[in-house]
Design a protein around this ligand. Structure first.
Ligand code: SF4
Length: 363
């Protein structure tokens, strides 16, 4: 039987596992402390656990992490890793350094089937979901790098390759693992999940009762433009999507972020800003404008700086809080929509993550 990876267990699931083995429930807390607080990477170092049970752990469980396949570091300190899973599948994750802490953008699937027109990650069809252990593994691998600097991951965005709500259960377990007070204890408000607009997932997320942030990739002020950019819009149009968002805000009391990638001549006119401000009026929200990171296989261009500023100014002057996202990792293609092939800098932004080995097979 394959060994079970302890990085995939929420504390509750691990308690149930220990009880089912005839062990005391507190064993789960002991293991959590060793793994996440004392940063131990092998069972033999867990000295308050009996030798006989450590032998059982070694026999049936692992603490394996994804292997770093490639590491790129940008001049602003952004790190992009291509990590390899046990079956050889590879995904990218990116670390961005802010004044307030270290934020990692993790991937939730191998490839993505959502087909957003501007996105590099979407060039790869979904091959499989990542397990909770594989998503947690991305954080722990980055933590190993940061521990050497006396730092750690403090913020998480689930915004890399994949649609998180298309892999709901594993992403939900991952969030609980990150948020666990007896483990990494990353505050719910320091965790953001970004969806392209899968309405059933938004509804379910609202029922979780955990104060995690929600971001919606909107990228258009109306269905006509959104249908062209995001196929998901044909299943859940803007009325349906915004109704689900309002319901989520009502349940959670949390402000929602709308991500809006500005594309020259497509969605960046003042008419679009006007339509967007009218659609979002009255919704407890914030708009994050993202300058497009061009992807060579896609026909889209970045908006001119003057149009980006005018768009932002219009929204702010019409009651919609909005900022233009700082760009990370330029030179290492590490921005939203850029996670993709190596060698062109380090594409590390939303929509730009994808793995070289897959591209090689398809290009
Ligand atoms: S933007 Fe996100 S949801 Fe859309 S194709 Fe890319 S990875 Fe998938």
């Amino acid at each position: 039987m394959p060994k079970k990876n302890l990085f995939g267990y929420t504390l509750k699931a691990l308690e149930e596992e220990m009880l089912a083995r005839g062990e005391k429930k507190y064993r789960a807390t002991q293991l959590y402390q060793w793994i996440y607080v004392k940063k131990v990477t092998d069972f033999d170092s867990m000295t308050d656990i009996s030798k006989s049970f450590r032998d059982v752990l070694k026999e049936e469980y692992t603490l394996d992490l994804p292997r770093i396949f490639t590491k790129q570091v940008a001049s602003d300190g952004t790190i992009k890793l291509l990590v390899e899973m046990e079956d050889g599948a590879k995904v990218e994750c990116v670390l961005m350094r802010y004044d307030y802490g270290n934020a990692i953008c993790v991937s939730s699937q191998i490839g993505c089937s959502m087909g957003c027109a501007f996105c590099a990650s979407g060039l790869l069809k979904r091959e499989r979901n990542l397990s909770a252990a594989e998503i947690t593994g991305q954080v722990m691998v980055m933590n190993k790098i940061l521990y050497e600097e006396g730092e750690n991951v403090s913020h998480i965005v689930v915004m890399g390759t994949g649609e998180p709500f298309d892999n709901y259960d594993n992403v939900s377990s991952f969030i609980h693992i990150m948020n666990e007070a007896k483990g990494l204890a990353i505050g719910a408000r320091h965790i953001t999940v970004s969806t392209c607009g899968l309405v059933p997932g938004i509804k379910r997320y609202g029922d979780e009762g955990i104060q995690v942030n929600l971001a919606i990739s909107l990228h258009a002020p109306n269905d006509k433009i959104r249908n062209e950019l995001m196929p998901v819009s044909r299943a859940y149009n803007m009325d349906v999507l915004l109704d689900a968002v309002k319901e989520y805000i009502e349940k959670s009391g949390r402000r929602v972020t709308f991500e809006y990638i500005l594309i020259k001549g497509v969605n960046d006119t003042i008419e679009c800003a006007k339509e967007l401000s009218e659609r979002l009026r009255g919704i407890l929200c914030y708009v994050n404008l993202i300058p497009l990171n061009p992807v060579k296989e896609k026909p889209f261009e970045r908006s001119l700086d003057k149009d980006t500023k005018a768009f932002s100014l219009y929204l702010n002057n019409h009651g919609i809080n909005c900022t233009i996202r700082k760009e990370w990792g330029t030179g290492i293609d590490a921005a939203c929509g850029q996670l993709k092939e190596w060698g062109t800098g380090i594409d590390a932004a939303c929509g730009q993550l994808r793995a070289k080995y897959v591209l090689k097979g398809r290009n």
